[in-house]
Write a protein that binds this ligand. Structure first.
Ligand code: SAJ
Length: 431
Protein backbone atom coordinates (compact mmCIF):
# COMPACT_ATOMS: atom_id res chain seq x y z
CA UNK A 1 0.00 0.00 0.00
CA UNK A 2 1.60 3.28 -1.08
CA UNK A 3 2.34 5.31 2.06
CA UNK A 4 0.23 8.40 1.83
CA UNK A 5 2.60 11.35 1.94
CA UNK A 6 1.17 13.63 4.59
CA UNK A 7 0.38 16.78 2.72
CA UNK A 8 2.62 19.20 4.65
CA UNK A 9 0.25 21.97 5.61
CA UNK A 10 1.59 25.25 4.27
CA UNK A 11 2.11 27.99 6.81
CA UNK A 12 -0.58 30.60 7.35
CA UNK A 13 0.29 34.11 6.15
CA UNK A 14 -1.17 37.36 7.48
CA UNK A 15 -0.49 40.41 5.32
CA UNK A 16 -0.99 43.80 6.94
CA UNK A 17 -1.82 46.50 4.39
CA UNK A 18 -3.74 45.69 1.20
CA UNK A 19 -2.41 48.42 -1.09
CA UNK A 20 -0.09 48.32 -4.13
CA UNK A 21 2.35 46.16 -2.18
CA UNK A 22 0.25 43.98 0.12
CA UNK A 23 -2.53 43.01 -2.24
CA UNK A 24 -0.42 41.49 -5.04
CA UNK A 25 1.66 39.70 -2.38
CA UNK A 26 -1.50 38.30 -0.76
CA UNK A 27 -2.71 37.05 -4.16
CA UNK A 28 0.64 35.42 -4.87
CA UNK A 29 0.72 33.66 -1.49
CA UNK A 30 -2.84 32.43 -1.97
CA UNK A 31 -1.96 31.24 -5.49
CA UNK A 32 0.88 29.24 -3.96
CA UNK A 33 -1.74 27.64 -1.68
CA UNK A 34 -0.90 29.45 1.55
CA UNK A 35 -3.86 30.25 3.76
CA UNK A 36 -3.89 34.06 3.57
CA UNK A 37 -5.41 36.65 5.86
CA UNK A 38 -5.38 40.20 4.53
CA UNK A 39 -5.49 42.87 7.24
CA UNK A 40 -6.65 46.41 6.57
CA UNK A 41 -8.31 49.38 8.26
CA UNK A 42 -10.76 50.41 5.55
CA UNK A 43 -13.87 48.24 5.83
CA UNK A 44 -15.00 49.20 2.30
CA UNK A 45 -11.72 47.91 0.87
CA UNK A 46 -11.97 44.76 3.02
CA UNK A 47 -15.45 44.02 1.68
CA UNK A 48 -14.29 44.55 -1.92
CA UNK A 49 -11.36 42.13 -1.48
CA UNK A 50 -13.68 39.53 0.08
CA UNK A 51 -15.91 39.89 -2.97
CA UNK A 52 -12.88 39.28 -5.23
CA UNK A 53 -12.75 42.91 -6.37
CA UNK A 54 -9.56 44.94 -6.23
CA UNK A 55 -9.87 48.23 -4.32
CA UNK A 56 -7.01 49.44 -6.53
CA UNK A 57 -7.86 50.25 -10.17
CA UNK A 58 -5.96 47.34 -11.71
CA UNK A 59 -7.50 44.80 -14.11
CA UNK A 60 -4.81 42.19 -13.43
CA UNK A 61 -5.48 42.36 -9.70
CA UNK A 62 -9.22 42.10 -10.31
CA UNK A 63 -8.66 38.97 -12.38
CA UNK A 64 -6.24 37.52 -9.80
CA UNK A 65 -8.60 38.18 -6.89
CA UNK A 66 -11.32 36.24 -8.67
CA UNK A 67 -9.03 33.20 -8.88
CA UNK A 68 -7.61 33.07 -5.35
CA UNK A 69 -8.98 33.05 -1.81
CA UNK A 70 -7.91 35.79 0.60
CA UNK A 71 -9.72 36.28 3.88
CA UNK A 72 -9.67 40.04 4.34
CA UNK A 73 -10.47 41.46 7.76
CA UNK A 74 -9.90 44.35 10.14
CA UNK A 75 -9.46 41.91 13.01
CA UNK A 76 -5.82 41.51 14.10
CA UNK A 77 -6.66 38.37 16.07
CA UNK A 78 -6.13 36.37 12.84
CA UNK A 79 -2.42 36.84 13.63
CA UNK A 80 -2.91 34.30 16.44
CA UNK A 81 -3.64 31.78 13.65
CA UNK A 82 -0.71 32.89 11.43
CA UNK A 83 2.92 31.79 11.29
CA UNK A 84 4.19 34.44 8.89
CA UNK A 85 3.17 38.09 9.29
CA UNK A 86 4.14 40.52 6.51
CA UNK A 87 3.89 44.29 7.09
CA UNK A 88 3.10 46.27 3.92
CA UNK A 89 1.86 49.58 5.29
CA UNK A 90 2.65 53.09 3.98
CA UNK A 91 5.79 54.87 5.19
CA UNK A 92 5.08 58.48 4.16
CA UNK A 93 6.59 61.80 5.18
CA UNK A 94 4.67 64.75 6.66
CA UNK A 95 4.42 68.31 5.28
CA UNK A 96 7.92 69.07 6.60
CA UNK A 97 9.26 65.90 4.94
CA UNK A 98 9.74 64.22 8.33
CA UNK A 99 9.32 60.40 8.23
CA UNK A 100 5.94 59.29 9.53
CA UNK A 101 6.18 55.86 11.17
CA UNK A 102 2.66 55.93 12.64
CA UNK A 103 1.32 53.24 10.25
CA UNK A 104 4.32 51.00 11.05
CA UNK A 105 3.91 51.48 14.80
CA UNK A 106 0.17 50.85 14.64
CA UNK A 107 0.66 47.62 12.65
CA UNK A 108 3.43 46.48 15.00
CA UNK A 109 1.21 47.13 18.05
CA UNK A 110 -1.48 45.01 16.41
CA UNK A 111 1.01 42.20 15.90
CA UNK A 112 2.31 42.48 19.48
CA UNK A 113 -1.14 41.87 20.93
CA UNK A 114 -1.55 38.65 18.92
CA UNK A 115 1.96 37.36 18.29
CA UNK A 116 2.45 33.67 18.97
CA UNK A 117 5.65 31.72 19.58
CA UNK A 118 7.40 30.52 16.46
CA UNK A 119 6.14 33.34 14.22
CA UNK A 120 8.16 35.07 11.52
CA UNK A 121 7.50 38.83 11.23
CA UNK A 122 8.60 40.31 7.89
CA UNK A 123 8.69 44.05 7.21
CA UNK A 124 8.27 44.90 3.50
CA UNK A 125 7.55 48.62 3.80
CA UNK A 126 10.46 50.87 2.91
CA UNK A 127 12.18 52.16 6.03
CA UNK A 128 15.54 53.60 6.96
CA UNK A 129 18.21 51.42 8.53
CA UNK A 130 17.35 50.89 12.17
CA UNK A 131 13.54 50.93 12.08
CA UNK A 132 13.20 47.16 12.43
CA UNK A 133 15.53 46.88 15.41
CA UNK A 134 14.95 50.26 17.06
CA UNK A 135 11.20 50.68 16.52
CA UNK A 136 9.51 47.36 15.72
CA UNK A 137 11.54 44.96 17.83
CA UNK A 138 11.02 46.69 21.22
CA UNK A 139 7.26 46.86 20.59
CA UNK A 140 7.08 43.18 19.60
CA UNK A 141 9.06 42.09 22.69
CA UNK A 142 6.49 43.81 24.93
CA UNK A 143 4.48 40.67 24.08
CA UNK A 144 6.84 38.88 26.46
CA UNK A 145 8.29 36.92 23.55
CA UNK A 146 12.02 37.26 22.81
CA UNK A 147 13.12 38.17 19.29
CA UNK A 148 15.43 35.61 17.75
CA UNK A 149 14.35 32.97 20.25
CA UNK A 150 10.54 33.01 20.33
CA UNK A 151 9.94 34.77 17.01
CA UNK A 152 12.00 35.90 14.02
CA UNK A 153 12.15 39.39 12.51
CA UNK A 154 13.18 39.97 8.87
CA UNK A 155 13.13 42.77 6.32
CA UNK A 156 12.40 42.18 2.64
CA UNK A 157 12.05 45.63 1.03
CA UNK A 158 9.21 45.85 -1.47
CA UNK A 159 10.08 46.68 -5.05
CA UNK A 160 6.65 47.05 -6.62
CA UNK A 161 6.66 49.42 -9.55
CA UNK A 162 3.06 50.48 -10.16
CA UNK A 163 1.99 50.18 -13.76
CA UNK A 164 5.13 48.32 -14.86
CA UNK A 165 4.14 45.88 -17.64
CA UNK A 166 7.26 43.73 -17.15
CA UNK A 167 8.29 43.65 -13.49
CA UNK A 168 5.81 42.43 -10.89
CA UNK A 169 5.57 40.83 -7.47
CA UNK A 170 6.28 37.39 -8.97
CA UNK A 171 9.44 38.09 -10.95
CA UNK A 172 11.19 40.97 -9.18
CA UNK A 173 14.37 39.76 -7.40
CA UNK A 174 14.34 40.37 -3.65
CA UNK A 175 16.87 40.96 -0.84
CA UNK A 176 16.33 39.79 2.73
CA UNK A 177 17.99 40.68 6.01
CA UNK A 178 17.03 39.34 9.43
CA UNK A 179 17.86 39.52 13.11
CA UNK A 180 19.25 35.98 13.10
CA UNK A 181 20.70 33.58 10.53
CA UNK A 182 17.85 31.16 11.25
CA UNK A 183 15.31 33.93 10.69
CA UNK A 184 16.95 34.89 7.40
CA UNK A 185 16.97 31.29 6.19
CA UNK A 186 13.30 30.96 7.10
CA UNK A 187 12.38 34.17 5.27
CA UNK A 188 14.45 33.19 2.21
CA UNK A 189 12.65 29.83 2.14
CA UNK A 190 9.26 31.57 2.29
CA UNK A 191 10.04 33.98 -0.56
CA UNK A 192 11.59 31.23 -2.65
CA UNK A 193 8.31 29.32 -2.26
CA UNK A 194 6.31 32.14 -3.88
CA UNK A 195 8.68 33.94 -6.25
CA UNK A 196 10.07 33.14 -9.69
CA UNK A 197 13.07 35.37 -9.02
CA UNK A 198 16.36 35.42 -7.15
CA UNK A 199 16.20 35.85 -3.37
CA UNK A 200 19.42 37.26 -1.89
CA UNK A 201 20.22 37.01 1.83
CA UNK A 202 21.85 40.15 3.26
CA UNK A 203 24.16 40.50 6.24
CA UNK A 204 21.49 41.82 8.61
CA UNK A 205 18.30 43.85 8.92
CA UNK A 206 20.14 47.14 8.50
CA UNK A 207 21.77 46.18 5.20
CA UNK A 208 18.40 45.12 3.82
CA UNK A 209 16.78 48.38 4.99
CA UNK A 210 19.63 50.38 3.45
CA UNK A 211 19.42 48.52 0.13
CA UNK A 212 15.98 49.84 -0.76
CA UNK A 213 16.72 53.35 0.49
CA UNK A 214 19.80 53.67 -1.70
CA UNK A 215 18.00 52.20 -4.73
CA UNK A 216 15.52 55.05 -4.59
CA UNK A 217 17.97 57.72 -3.44
CA UNK A 218 20.11 56.72 -6.44
CA UNK A 219 17.14 57.48 -8.70
CA UNK A 220 16.35 60.76 -6.93
CA UNK A 221 19.92 62.14 -7.23
CA UNK A 222 20.14 61.15 -10.88
CA UNK A 223 16.88 62.90 -11.65
CA UNK A 224 18.12 65.94 -9.73
CA UNK A 225 21.29 65.86 -11.85
CA UNK A 226 19.32 66.21 -15.10
CA UNK A 227 16.88 68.70 -13.57
CA UNK A 228 19.79 70.98 -12.66
CA UNK A 229 21.21 70.50 -16.16
CA UNK A 230 17.80 71.52 -17.58
CA UNK A 231 18.02 74.87 -15.82
CA UNK A 232 21.63 75.40 -16.91
CA UNK A 233 21.22 74.26 -20.52
CA UNK A 234 18.18 76.49 -20.99
CA UNK A 235 20.50 79.45 -20.43
CA UNK A 236 23.13 77.89 -22.68
CA UNK A 237 20.62 77.22 -25.46
CA UNK A 238 21.35 73.49 -25.40
CA UNK A 239 18.65 70.83 -25.92
CA UNK A 240 19.25 68.59 -22.89
CA UNK A 241 16.97 65.81 -24.16
CA UNK A 242 19.13 65.54 -27.26
CA UNK A 243 22.25 65.50 -25.08
CA UNK A 244 20.88 62.70 -22.85
CA UNK A 245 19.95 60.71 -25.96
CA UNK A 246 23.51 61.26 -27.19
CA UNK A 247 25.03 60.18 -23.88
CA UNK A 248 22.78 57.09 -23.91
CA UNK A 249 24.58 55.81 -26.98
CA UNK A 250 27.46 55.02 -24.65
CA UNK A 251 26.95 51.27 -24.09
CA UNK A 252 28.34 51.27 -20.54
CA UNK A 253 28.52 53.41 -17.41
CA UNK A 254 25.71 55.79 -18.34
CA UNK A 255 22.09 55.46 -17.21
CA UNK A 256 19.63 58.02 -18.68
CA UNK A 257 17.26 59.93 -16.43
CA UNK A 258 14.95 62.64 -17.66
CA UNK A 259 14.24 66.21 -16.53
CA UNK A 260 10.67 67.15 -15.74
CA UNK A 261 8.12 69.05 -13.72
CA UNK A 262 9.06 67.16 -10.55
CA UNK A 263 9.46 63.89 -8.69
CA UNK A 264 6.33 62.37 -7.20
CA UNK A 265 5.13 59.07 -5.81
CA UNK A 266 5.37 57.35 -2.47
CA UNK A 267 8.94 56.12 -3.02
CA UNK A 268 11.47 58.33 -4.76
CA UNK A 269 10.77 61.72 -3.16
CA UNK A 270 10.16 60.12 0.24
CA UNK A 271 12.78 57.48 0.88
CA UNK A 272 15.84 59.78 0.93
CA UNK A 273 14.30 61.73 3.83
CA UNK A 274 14.19 58.55 5.90
CA UNK A 275 17.95 58.16 5.52
CA UNK A 276 18.66 61.91 5.91
CA UNK A 277 16.77 62.05 9.21
CA UNK A 278 18.19 58.82 10.65
CA UNK A 279 21.78 59.70 9.67
CA UNK A 280 21.33 63.13 11.30
CA UNK A 281 20.49 61.34 14.56
CA UNK A 282 23.89 59.63 14.29
CA UNK A 283 25.69 62.86 13.52
CA UNK A 284 25.94 62.73 9.73
CA UNK A 285 24.55 65.42 7.44
CA UNK A 286 23.57 64.11 3.99
CA UNK A 287 24.21 67.41 2.15
CA UNK A 288 24.12 65.76 -1.30
CA UNK A 289 20.84 63.91 -0.73
CA UNK A 290 19.27 67.09 0.65
CA UNK A 291 20.49 69.16 -2.30
CA UNK A 292 19.02 66.64 -4.73
CA UNK A 293 15.69 66.79 -2.91
CA UNK A 294 15.76 70.61 -3.03
CA UNK A 295 16.48 70.60 -6.77
CA UNK A 296 13.66 68.15 -7.51
CA UNK A 297 11.28 70.03 -5.21
CA UNK A 298 12.05 73.24 -7.14
CA UNK A 299 10.83 71.87 -10.48
CA UNK A 300 7.06 72.54 -10.12
CA UNK A 301 7.74 76.26 -9.49
CA UNK A 302 10.29 76.29 -12.33
CA UNK A 303 7.64 74.87 -14.65
CA UNK A 304 5.07 77.49 -13.66
CA UNK A 305 7.72 80.18 -14.29
CA UNK A 306 8.02 78.84 -17.85
CA UNK A 307 4.31 79.46 -18.28
CA UNK A 308 4.73 83.00 -17.00
CA UNK A 309 7.65 83.64 -19.39
CA UNK A 310 5.73 82.24 -22.37
CA UNK A 311 2.61 84.31 -21.68
CA UNK A 312 4.74 87.43 -21.14
CA UNK A 313 6.29 86.76 -24.58
CA UNK A 314 2.83 87.45 -26.06
CA UNK A 315 2.12 90.35 -23.68
CA UNK A 316 -0.23 88.25 -21.54
CA UNK A 317 -0.10 87.54 -17.84
CA UNK A 318 -1.13 84.39 -16.02
CA UNK A 319 -3.81 86.38 -14.22
CA UNK A 320 -6.86 86.48 -16.46
CA UNK A 321 -5.68 83.50 -18.55
CA UNK A 322 -7.48 80.16 -18.42
CA UNK A 323 -4.77 77.57 -17.84
CA UNK A 324 -5.35 73.84 -18.28
CA UNK A 325 -3.44 71.41 -16.06
CA UNK A 326 -3.10 68.06 -17.81
CA UNK A 327 -2.67 65.27 -15.27
CA UNK A 328 -2.83 64.84 -11.50
CA UNK A 329 -1.07 61.46 -11.21
CA UNK A 330 2.61 61.45 -10.26
CA UNK A 331 3.47 59.28 -13.24
CA UNK A 332 2.02 58.16 -16.54
CA UNK A 333 -0.92 55.77 -16.86
CA UNK A 334 -1.46 55.15 -13.16
CA UNK A 335 -4.04 56.70 -10.83
CA UNK A 336 -1.77 57.71 -7.92
CA UNK A 337 -1.59 61.29 -6.68
CA UNK A 338 0.83 60.82 -3.75
CA UNK A 339 3.47 63.57 -3.64
CA UNK A 340 2.43 64.42 -7.21
CA UNK A 341 4.15 67.50 -8.72
CA UNK A 342 0.70 68.44 -10.08
CA UNK A 343 -0.41 69.42 -6.59
CA UNK A 344 2.50 71.85 -6.30
CA UNK A 345 1.98 73.19 -9.84
CA UNK A 346 -1.66 73.94 -9.01
CA UNK A 347 -0.66 75.57 -5.72
CA UNK A 348 1.87 77.88 -7.42
CA UNK A 349 -0.58 78.60 -10.24
CA UNK A 350 -3.31 79.60 -7.80
CA UNK A 351 -0.99 82.29 -6.38
CA UNK A 352 -0.94 83.89 -9.85
CA UNK A 353 -4.75 83.89 -10.06
CA UNK A 354 -5.49 82.42 -13.48
CA UNK A 355 -8.65 80.48 -14.11
CA UNK A 356 -7.58 76.85 -13.72
CA UNK A 357 -9.08 73.81 -15.41
CA UNK A 358 -7.84 70.34 -14.45
CA UNK A 359 -8.24 67.07 -16.28
CA UNK A 360 -6.86 63.63 -15.42
CA UNK A 361 -8.66 60.58 -16.87
CA UNK A 362 -7.67 58.59 -13.75
CA UNK A 363 -9.25 61.17 -11.44
CA UNK A 364 -12.62 62.20 -12.90
CA UNK A 365 -13.78 63.27 -9.43
CA UNK A 366 -10.82 65.61 -8.96
CA UNK A 367 -10.96 66.98 -12.53
CA UNK A 368 -12.82 70.27 -13.12
CA UNK A 369 -13.70 69.21 -16.64
CA UNK A 370 -14.78 65.85 -18.03
CA UNK A 371 -12.52 65.41 -21.03
CA UNK A 372 -9.47 66.74 -22.85
CA UNK A 373 -11.39 68.33 -25.71
CA UNK A 374 -13.53 70.42 -23.40
CA UNK A 375 -10.41 71.55 -21.55
CA UNK A 376 -8.63 72.58 -24.76
CA UNK A 377 -11.72 74.50 -25.88
CA UNK A 378 -11.80 76.49 -22.63
CA UNK A 379 -8.09 77.21 -22.13
CA UNK A 380 -5.57 79.58 -23.72
CA UNK A 381 -2.56 77.80 -22.18
CA UNK A 382 -1.86 74.28 -20.95
CA UNK A 383 0.69 72.75 -18.58
CA UNK A 384 1.21 69.03 -19.15
CA UNK A 385 2.27 67.49 -15.83
CA UNK A 386 1.55 63.79 -16.38
CA UNK A 387 2.47 62.01 -19.60
CA UNK A 388 -0.64 59.82 -19.72
CA UNK A 389 -1.00 58.09 -23.09
CA UNK A 390 -4.15 60.14 -23.78
CA UNK A 391 -2.13 63.36 -23.63
CA UNK A 392 0.94 62.05 -25.46
CA UNK A 393 -1.27 60.87 -28.34
CA UNK A 394 -3.50 63.94 -28.49
CA UNK A 395 -4.21 65.44 -31.93
CA UNK A 396 -1.95 68.51 -31.83
CA UNK A 397 -3.99 70.21 -34.57
CA UNK A 398 -6.69 70.67 -31.91
CA UNK A 399 -4.34 72.99 -30.03
CA UNK A 400 -4.45 75.34 -33.00
CA UNK A 401 -8.14 74.73 -33.65
CA UNK A 402 -9.13 75.59 -30.10
CA UNK A 403 -6.82 78.62 -29.86
CA UNK A 404 -4.20 77.35 -27.41
CA UNK A 405 -1.41 79.95 -27.35
CA UNK A 406 1.10 78.33 -24.97
CA UNK A 407 2.07 74.73 -24.24
CA UNK A 408 4.31 73.96 -21.25
CA UNK A 409 5.36 70.33 -21.57
CA UNK A 410 6.42 69.23 -18.09
CA UNK A 411 7.37 65.76 -19.30
CA UNK A 412 8.92 66.63 -22.67
CA UNK A 413 6.51 64.17 -24.23
CA UNK A 414 4.91 66.30 -26.99
CA UNK A 415 6.25 67.09 -30.45
CA UNK A 416 7.97 70.46 -29.92
CA UNK A 417 8.67 71.14 -33.59
CA UNK A 418 5.10 70.32 -34.64
CA UNK A 419 3.63 72.58 -31.95
CA UNK A 420 5.93 75.46 -32.86
CA UNK A 421 5.01 75.03 -36.57
CA UNK A 422 1.40 75.64 -35.49
CA UNK A 423 2.53 79.06 -34.24
CA UNK A 424 2.12 78.00 -30.61
CA UNK A 425 4.77 78.80 -27.99
CA UNK A 426 6.29 75.56 -26.68
CA UNK A 427 8.27 75.33 -23.43
CA UNK A 428 9.78 72.04 -22.37
CA UNK A 429 11.97 71.24 -19.39
CA UNK A 430 15.52 71.32 -20.67
CA UNK A 431 14.48 71.89 -24.25
N1 SAJ B 1 10.87 60.85 -12.86
C1 SAJ B 1 11.56 61.87 -13.47
N2 SAJ B 1 12.62 61.55 -14.27
C2 SAJ B 1 13.01 60.25 -14.45
C3 SAJ B 1 12.28 59.23 -13.81
C4 SAJ B 1 11.21 59.55 -13.02
O1 SAJ B 1 11.25 63.05 -13.32
O2 SAJ B 1 13.97 60.02 -15.19
C5 SAJ B 1 9.74 61.20 -11.99
C6 SAJ B 1 8.43 60.55 -12.41
O3 SAJ B 1 7.73 61.37 -13.29
C7 SAJ B 1 7.71 60.42 -11.07
C8 SAJ B 1 8.83 60.19 -10.09
O4 SAJ B 1 10.02 60.67 -10.71
O5 SAJ B 1 7.04 61.61 -10.74
C9 SAJ B 1 9.02 58.74 -9.70
O6 SAJ B 1 9.05 58.04 -10.90
P1 SAJ B 1 9.48 56.47 -10.93
O7 SAJ B 1 9.53 56.05 -12.34
O8 SAJ B 1 10.67 56.28 -10.10
O9 SAJ B 1 8.20 55.77 -10.32
P2 SAJ B 1 7.93 55.16 -8.90
O10 SAJ B 1 7.83 56.18 -7.85
O11 SAJ B 1 6.79 54.24 -9.09
O12 SAJ B 1 9.26 54.36 -8.57
C10 SAJ B 1 9.25 52.99 -8.61
C11 SAJ B 1 10.29 52.61 -7.62
N3 SAJ B 1 10.11 51.24 -7.26
C12 SAJ B 1 10.19 50.92 -5.96
O13 SAJ B 1 10.41 51.72 -5.09
C13 SAJ B 1 9.96 49.50 -5.65
C14 SAJ B 1 11.68 52.82 -8.18
O14 SAJ B 1 12.62 52.13 -7.34
C15 SAJ B 1 11.82 52.29 -9.57
O15 SAJ B 1 13.13 52.60 -10.04
C16 SAJ B 1 10.80 52.99 -10.44
O16 SAJ B 1 9.51 52.59 -9.95
C17 SAJ B 1 10.95 52.57 -11.89
O17 SAJ B 1 12.07 52.20 -12.29
O18 SAJ B 1 9.97 52.73 -12.61
Amino acid sequence: MKKRVKNKKKEVVAIIGLGYVGLPLACLCAEKSYKVYGLGKDRKKINLVNKGISPIADEELDEWLRQVKIEATTDYSVIKKSNIIVVCVPTPVDEQYNPDLKPVISATEGIRKNLKKGSLVIMESTVNPGVCEEVMLPILEKSGLKAGRDFDLAHCPERINPGDPKWNVRNIPRCIGALTKKGCERAVKFYKSILEAAVTPMKSLKEAEATKIIENAFRDINIAFVNELAKSFEKLGIDLIDVIKGASTKPFAFMPHWPGVGVGGHCIPVDPYYLIERAKMSGFDHKFLKLARDINNSMPAYTVEKLQDALNQIQKSVKGTTVGVLGLSYKANVGDIRESPSLKVIKYLQELEPKIEIYDPYFPDKSTIKNLDDLLKKCQAIILVTNHNEFVKMDLAKLKKYGIKVVVDGRNCLDKEKIEKLGIIYKGIGR
